[in-house]
Design a protein around this ligand. Structure first.
Ligand code: FMN
Length: 395
């Protein structure tokens, strides 16, 4: 990120997570209820493990805010791990009794998780817990808290988000890129957060079957962002192109193995005349009758809805185990099982939104700058004025 910086710290079963978000202008109003409602969405979804019954995530702000307004200093938040009380003797930062710790030792790396690759890299092959505690997707709670803050800055300029699960394992709910109309009325409290809640009973059954088979599922999430002005990002250099920055952020989410923008996989098979979006004039500005590009051309927003999909692999901890090795004994064996999600796909939409909010806030601040929200407002409205006849903001 160029203008914004996000640092997160903390282990899955440690005392908690710390979030440091630096680069926001002073004077931005924040709403704590919105923050907690995003965190609540991340805990949601049919197929989650027992952990979600223990946690009740809430972000305690410990810096950067006064009277609900940002101060321009880093926004610092703490998210408590309620489960810590069950893990204190195994995860204490200073003292862990090696004999007791053996009860929670992970000696067989799980294929698909960071255990083996991370353990080799950091020389922690005697207990993979030293790796998995940080590699765990518990960290996404910190990202969601930061994203929830950023989404409030974007909302000020009429930029809003919608997202949903489009596929659960092999079960496709919606094929192809989503659009705003499909996602507009998604019920974020439905069991699997799809655009078709009436069809979810079948999906819930598929997750149940997978659970009783001791297996896991992944899926696909789609998201749409409306209200972005044309001109965010840059076509001038590889690491400034907004499409690349968005895909990096999405693929950095735990389990995400691919991210696409617009009708990416579909247009690869089309002739150009069916792949690109014609440019036309209408009242209010330049319009595109189609949005196959998904809101980005040349690494720059074009004023259309930003449309993305993120592809999640199945959860790596399988109740029925997978073949692996114990490097200490030199034996081939089967992985251990520890409380885990069967699928986390119902939690994924808000995580995707959070990563988009971070990158888009960064791009917005990069273009309009300002240490004070009033400066940002001025720059935004001056740009909107220049774009009269081309593009109209949503505020
Ligand atoms: C919201 C969420 C929850 C997850 N929960 C689990 C879990 O309970 N057990 C597990 O083994 N993996 C879980 N994962 C997946 C692992 O975090 C992921 O496989 C691991 O970090 C390696 O991911 P990578 O290959 O993308 O680096 C979860 C992922 C997400 C996004």
């Amino acid at each position: 990120m160029r203008r914004l910086r996000l640092l997160t710290g903390g282990e899955s079963h440690g005392p908690g997570l710390t979030v440091i978000l630096e680069g926001l202008p002073a004077g931005l109003d924040l709403d704590s209820l919105q923050l907690d409602s995003w965190l609540h969405r991340r805990q949601h979804g049919f197929g989650r493990g027992g952990r979600q019954r223990i946690e009740k995530d809430s972000a305690e702000v410990t810096g950067g805010l006064r009277g609900g307004k940002t101060l321009g200093s880093p926004v610092v938040m703490q998210i408590e791990n309620r489960d810590w009380k069950n893990w204190a003797e195994f995860m204490d930062p200073w003292e862990v009794d090696p004999e007791r710790a053996a009860d929670r030792r992970v000696s067989v790396p799980r294929p698909g998780h960071a255990d083996l690759s991370g353990g080799i890299g950091t020389d922690q092959l005697d207990d993979y817990r030293n790796v998995l505690e940080r590699a765990s997707a518990r960290e996404t709670a910190a990202r969601v808290a930061a994203g929830a803050v950023c989404s409030q800055l974007l909302a000020r300029f009429g930029i809003s988000f919608r997202s949903a699960v489009l596929q659960v394992g092999p079960n496709i709910v919606h094929d192809g890129p989503p659009d705003w109309d499909l996602l507009e009325s998604v019920d974020t409290s439905s069991p699997l957060v799809t655009p078709k809640p009436d069809d979810e009973a079948e999906l819930v059954e598929a997750v149940r079957r997978t659970r009783s088979d001791g297996d896991t599922l992944g899926g696909v999430v789609g998201a749409v962002v409306r209200g972005l002005p044309p001109g965010l990002g840059s076509y001038t250099h590889w690491d400034r192109k907004l499409d690349g920055r968005i895909c990096q952020a999405l693929v950095s989410i735990h389990s995400v193995k691919g991210a696409t923008i617009g009708a990416s996989t579909e247009v690869a098979a089309c002739p150009g005349s069916e792949a690109h979006d014609a440019i036309a004039l209408a009242e209010g500005g330049v319009v595109r009758p189609t949005n196959r590009a998904g809101g980005l051309e040349g690494g720059v927003t074009n004023g259309e809805d930003l449309v993305v999909r993120a592809y999640f692999k199945p959860i790596s901890t399988l109740r029925k185990g997978m073949s692996s090795v114990n490097l200490e004994t030199g034996e081939e064996t089967v992985t251990q099982w520890e409380r885990s999600d069967v699928t986390a796909i119902g939690a994924a939409p808000v995580i995707v939104e959070a990563m988009l909010a971070l990158i888009l806030t960064d791009a917005l601040l990069e273009k309009f700058g300002g240490d004070a929200i009033s400066d940002l407002d001025t720059a935004w409205w001056s740009y909107c004025k220049r774009l009269e006849g081309i593009w109209t903001p949503q505020v």
